[in-house]
Each structure stands twice: as C-alpha cells, then as structure tokens.
Design a protein around this ligand. Sequence first.
Ligand code: CA
Length: 412
Amino acid sequence: MSPELIESFVEEANNIQCNFPLNNLPFGVCYETDKKKCFSGTAIGDKVFNLTHAEELDLIPSFGFGDVFLNSFMSKGPSARKEIRKILQDLLSDNSKKKGEVERCLLPLNNCDNFKAFEISEYTDFYSCKNHALNASKIIRGENAELSRNWYNLPVAYNGRASSVLTTGSDIRRPTGQIFDPDSGVIKFEPTRKLDFELEIGTVIGGNLSVGETLGFEEAENLIFGYVLLNDWSARDMQAWEYQPLGPFLSKSFGTSISPWIITPEALEPFKMKTPEREFQLLPHFEDDKAFVFDIDLNVTLIEHSGTETDILKTNSKELYYSPVQQVIHHASAGCGISTGDLMGSGTISGTEEGSFGCMLELSWGGKKKIVLSSGKTRDFLEDNDTIVFKGMAREREFTVGFGSCSGRIVK
Ligand code: CA
C-alpha cells in the first residue's frame, strides 16, 4: 500500500506537486532578509518553520538549532532526527493543538535566502553509475571501450575539495588551467573551453567514526543524515590532461554546488529500490542483499543569458549501481574515519537513452554532437552566463518529496 499524505494546516503543503509536504521535512539554514539573521529551518509548503526560534520559545526541545549550522544536530544521529520529525509532524498537522504558537515561527519561503546548511568537513566524489562510466570510457577511449574489472567490485572514488562546495545560486568562475592540444602538441595555461556540469546526489554524514574503525550495513546507514542534489562542475580539457595516472585534481576542485535542503532517509524511505543486476558478486562486506537506491526523478535545465530555458535531460537516481550505504561502507573500510559534515557525491547519474545522460560530455558525445537549445542556439559545453538548474522529485500517489533546486551560473 502506498503511503498517505500527512495533511498540514499549511495548505500549500497538501498540494500533490509541492516539494515540501509534511512527509518531507527537510533541514536547512536560511537567511531572513528583514532581520539580517540566519536560522535553522524546515520547509513546509510555501513556508519555512524557524527551528532556531521554536527552540528559543520552548515549542520544541533543545536539539542544537541555536547553533544555526546543522552540524551539532546532525551529529546526534537518527534517533534525534526521528524524534524531531514526529514533533514537527504533530505541530504542523491539520489538527495541531498549538497552531497559534507554531504560526509565530512560520515565514514565507520567498522571504528567505538559502544559506549553507552545514560546515562541510570533507568531500569525496564517487563514480557509481555504470551508464555514465561506460559512456565516458567510450567517448575517451573509443566505442569498444569497457569498464575496468575493479569498477564492478568497488565504488571507484577520489578525495575532492571541501573548501569550494557552494550552496545553490552561487556563481561559478570559469577556471584557468593547463590544457594540452593533442593535434599540435602545445600546452597552454588558459580558461577552460570545455566547462561541464555533473548531475549527482550527495550523501551527507551525521555522526562520527574513529580512525581505524569500519562499518557494517546498518551502522553505515545510521551515519547518513540525508541527501542533497550535487553538481560536480568539471573542466573536461583540464581533466583530460591532468588525470593520468592519479585521477582528477584541479579540473574538479574549483566548485561544487549543492541544493540547500537536506532530505532525510525517513522522507525517502518509501522510494527505496533494489540495486541493478550485478555482473560479479560483490564481496561480503558490501552486504549486497540489503543494498538499495532511490527512485528520484532528476532533471536539468539550461538557462541562457537571455532567460530562454531548455530542459536538457531527465533521468532517475535509481540508475546508480552502488547504494549510498555501500559507498559509505567502502569509504570507511580501510580505516580513514568519517565525521559529521562529510559529503559524498554519487558520481554522474545517467540513464541508458539519449536525453538521459547526466553531463554535457555525454549529451554532446565529447563535443561531436550539438545540443540544440529552445532559442535555436547550440552548445557542446557551457558558455559564460549559462545557468544550470537541477531539480529532484520523488513522487508518490498522494505527494511529492522534492529537493528544491540546485543552480549555478557560469561567470568569466
Ligand atoms: Ca563527479
């Protein structure tokens, strides 16, 4: 039986299209323009419930929302998250006994700017979608290229850069770097000509694991605080020159954008799906019989400087081969330790059909095929003043659990 909408007195939250029903209750940090103040909040319909203020008013118990950044709350783990969810679902329900007090903590979503929700301690980027990895191999090494054997046995990843993880709406400066022209043999230091986005889901960690310790499936699952949309901006010409033999470095370190609201595992529980068929059995520590991915519709829009919008791709996060939990298990398995605020990108998510590929490298097949925009203009990679917007929505019969959006504009 499909889960039912939990009805709220905030009417917009009961709209089937709304990203933020009472079933969702994502956590984030907002900036209130009038008061010039940041606060922790949850989105409900077209409103934000101010958790920092609710804590001051003793409307909710103390969960650490006075800190504004969510790290302290995140570190308390799943029991605190489930407890506050239950409290909020009572307070905001259509038969709330404290509606008057609750309304003092509600403000229009439009009056708030999203702020970075948590201090990001580390950032790791995986490469966990088979369709993307296979397409990228073919584009770089030719149509007959296959994935290396290790790809089917472990979620390949590299340690990225936390300092340049930005929240939605931030500009992304076109990076300058070394670019090698294979035809002329000339190496230049100049702005990238192959600027790309990568459509990913980010896993956000809440809780700590000491150096030397490892994780079973349930322990890893309990360390996940939630999920965001993540854009791993990439400079393909810089990447092609620098990546051998140790993997990407500056071609991906200049910026990573994330969506502002962290969507909890509880909100995504109804959307769990089995991982795809395996070519080779995974080793026992991955506990593959428990693995799951999520059924979340993802779409990407390119907005030109003129404002013309083009939906350039649609796909779904169920295309991932490794479960986010398996990524966390693997990450911890050699004993590096994990801490609250760790962010792990899934890897670019691509479907199998044209129009479902999660980056421009694939959509333009390495620049060989022009992407035609609504204006009639074309792209193979991103131009200055292009804005890329990601949206993510998990749909049930009676409600939608949405991520809001993750956007970034390219500037010179
Ligand atoms: Ca990536």
